[in-house]
Design a protein around this ligand. Structure first.
Ligand code: SAM
Length: 238
């Protein structure tokens, strides 16, 4: 599904913990004037601070449940969840400028007060959140890196999953969606090795049917248009 060309520019992997970092923010085409203005005017008000520990209070000014979306694309899912759950603080991380602009437009148009955006690598956010402080983490249609030699670049690898496990509260949920068969198989193999997560499943419908409280992402819609199957997974932090 995803075009991995942009990510090819990133550093090669050699870290044995398979913790691969993105270097720098990524820009597609030049922003139009309105988009640039939104970026300059709104983002500073809702950006995740550049340094320091990240807590509900430091981000939202009060205690609240925290949900984190890794690679929110243009932000459709994050915005829909924020609108449906005004009592929850949504943190989204996305390195693509176009994606951040998309999310900013949703925040402005829908008047969302409970979204904070990190324009960069989700690993940076994961490392600054306190242990057991997050109720839900979303990884929806991550870049598949389908070639075997690029497998260590997938977010579903021990290093990133360890960091997700660290920040999730006991009983917290890790949601993952993909239409990519290779990534799907890889992710299931990674998660099957873990004793710190339980797969929330009663039968095939649990991974074949999108749960009602799982708004469709842009990539999922595209996958459906192409006739792909899409799979949905929920793991609970032990
Ligand atoms: C295939 S797109 C899917 C976007 C969106 N989740 C959707 O389903 O429409 C994958 C996204 O993950 C982002 N991404 C890749 N690595 C990331 C990282 N380390 N931290 C945050 N976002 C990342 C990419 O920039 C891209 O927007």
């Amino acid at each position: 599904m995803a075009d991995s060309t942009a990510s090819d520019a990133a550093a090669p992997v050699s870290d044995p913990t398979t913790l691969r970092r993105l270097y720098g923010r990524r820009q597609g085409h030049a922003l139009r004037a309105g988009q640039a203005a939104l970026f300059a005017d709104l983002l500073p008000h809702i950006a995740v601070p550049e340094a320091g520990a990240l807590t509900a209070t430091s981000l939202f000014g009060h205690d609240c449940p925290l949900w984190l979306e890794i690679g929110f694309g243009k932000g459709e899912h994050m915005a829909a969840q924020a609108a449906a759950h005004p009592d929850v603080g949504l943190i989204g991380a996305e390195p693509f400028v176009d994606g951040v602009v998309g999310a900013l437009m949703a925040v402005r148009d829908d008047g969302l007060a409970n979204v904070r955006i990190h324009h960069g690598d989700a690993l940076d956010v994961l490392e600054r959140l306190a242990p057991a402080s997050v109720d839900r983490v979303f990884l929806l249609h991550p870049d598949p890196w389908p070639k075997a030699r690029h497998a260590k670049r997938r977010f579903m690898n021990p290093g990133p999953i360890d960091r997700i496990a660290r920040v999730l509260k006991p009983g917290g949920e890790y949601r993952f969606g993909t239409d990519h068969p290779i990534y799907c198989q890889w992710a299931l193999m990674q998660m099957a090795k873990r004793r710190d997560f339980h797969w929330l499943i009663d039968g095939p419908a649990d991974f074949q049917v999108r749960p009602d409280d799982w708004p469709q992402t842009r990539y999922e819609a595209k996958a459906r248009r192409l006739g792909h199957e899409v799979w949905y997974f929920r793991w609970q932090r032990a």
